[in-house]
Design a protein around this ligand. Structure first.
Ligand code: IMP
Length: 431
């Protein structure tokens, strides 16, 4: 039995895709268990760049089975577009892709519901606009959710949409309350459209929990690929500025059907600094203007959202937050990504503790209204000049860069097994 989980320990975009890609050679399946097309994984192979939102990173390697677990919410046109793009790039997508028949399906009314709420102002959380929250709401609400398997039963789908869509139209109009030009939807048109998607996706739709149980019995090795970061986890993240699923490894059991006791290793992924997209408290944020360090890191690290293109908010490494998430995730070892981005800075800061309302506190208060009241306590370390992108082994790193990584390791109490100095596979240094 050998299952590994790769999980981001910050607010997402920690470059988890690169680690999953590196592990791909030693595994048989790559499984996603949460989220939807709100995620963005960028994989660089030499001069080729692949951007994936819904497909597991494993899809780029034909020997791997890629599984979209039941915990995902799937927008079929987006999934088909990703499949088409990969096929055009010469990547095989066939029996190597399995999509759970229990995934919930995103419809355009989910996105419209989200748009209307986000545009209202007051309650906006800065979502990716992909209909994620409203679809998960329908899942747990039970009366409005439609699962992937149901798309394969045309009569049933039509009947359900004829009940659900008029209700959705009323909800959307009521939420808009005369503003924001709310769209209205026709159940039969939606049914016809989705039946076409169903036809195209049919070869991939299956009972993925059974497939995974059989794979484990057969001794296959699995990588579980978390989407989003642990601080966006619906239960343990900085609520309400979170996503609607469990990005922590706890989500594996529900989101794939594989009991988590099968997971033998958990690799936590962090950036050498911190980023966050969307709203919500961010204690170590570098809000220092267009000529400041924050903007410099954003430019060098190309910190713009893969899904929405929004500039990511940038800040110093926060050891308090990572201590909190690594404990929740049960992390065995850590990888520190994008270390090269910090080259050329005279000094680097790491947040080692918080004060709240002027008094030191213990731990990470994850409720957004409490975190907002926290101020970071920093430790300053010397920076380094050297461009790290050509470094390939530990001895190539300047002593200040090594010290920086070691200090992260000390502060979070975990071994750093690898640091990354660029997007390419070769730009990975085993420590
Ligand atoms: P939603 O997941 O689209 O509902 O967005 C909720 C929050 O999670 C917003 O702040 C998004 O910016 C953030 N978010 C969702 N997916 C990702 C991701 O893959 N990386 C980083 N932030 C994300």
């Amino acid at each position: 039995m050998s299952c590994t989980c790769v999980v981001g320990l910050q607010w997402g975009d920690e470059a988890k895709g690169k680690i999953v890609d590196l592990l791909g050679n030693d595994h048989d399946l790559v499984v996603r268990y949460n989220g939807g097309a709100n995620a963005g994984h960028t994989i660089v192979w030499g001069d080729r760049t692949f951007k994936l939102s819904l497909l597991p990173t494993g899809i780029l390697k034909p020997h791997l089975r890629s599984v979209i677990g039941n915990g995902l919410v799937v927008y079929p046109p987006r999934l088909l577009e990703e499949i088409k793009n990969l096929r055009e790039a010469g990547i095989t997508v066939g029996t190597n892709l399995a999509v759970s028949d229990h995934c919930h399906v995103i419809f355009p009314y989910h996105m419209e519901e989200e748009r209307v709420i986000e545009q209202e102002g007051g309650g906006a959380i800065g979502t990716t606009g992909r209909g994620i929250g409203p679809c998960y709401q329908d899942k747990v609400g039970r009366t409005g959710g439609i699962r992937m398997g149901e798309l394969l039963h045309p009569e049933r789908l039509r009947e359900r949409l004829r009940t659900i869509v008029p209700r959705k139209n009323r909800i959307i109009a009521a939420l808009a309350n005369g503003a924001n030009n709310p769209k209205q939807f026709n159940p039969d048109e939606l049914c016809d459209e989705y039946l076409k998607y169903a036809e195209a996706l049919k070869p991939h739709v299956t009972d993925t929990a059974k497939l995974l149980h059989e794979s484990i019995k057969a001794g296959k090795k699995i990588v579980f690929e978390a989407a989003q970061g642990s601080l966006l986890d619906i239960d343990h993240g900085t609520y309400p500025y979170v996503t609607s699923s469990n990005s922590l490894p706890g989500g594996i059991w529900n989101g794939s059907g594989v009991p988590t006791r099968n997971v033998t290793k958990i690799i936590g992924v962090v950036k050498a600094y911190t980023t966050r997209v969307g709203k919500g408290p961010f204690p170590t944020e570098l809000d220092d203007g267009p000529t400041g360090i924050g903007e410099r890191i954003r430019k060098i690290g190309r910190e713009y959202g893969t899904v929405t293109g929004r500039p990511r908010r940038v800040g110093w490494f926060d050891a308090v937050a990572v201590r909190y998430t690594s404990a929740l995730a049960g992390v065995d070892e850590v990888t520190v990504m994008l270390l090269d981005v910090l080259s050329g800075l005279k000094e680097l800061k790491i947040c080692t503790g918080y004060t709240m309302d002027g008094k030191p506190i213990d731990g990470f208060p994850s409720d957004a209204y409490l975190l907002e009241r926290c101020t970071p306590v920093y430790e300053t370390l010397p920076g380094w000049e050297m461009d790290l992108t050509k470094a390939r082994k530990k001895s190539d790193l300047p002593k200040e860069a090594m010290r920086y990584v070691e200090r992260i390791s000390e502060l979070i109490g975990l071994r750093v097994m690898l640091t990354s100095v660029g997007p390419d596979r070769e730009q990975s240094i085993i420590l």
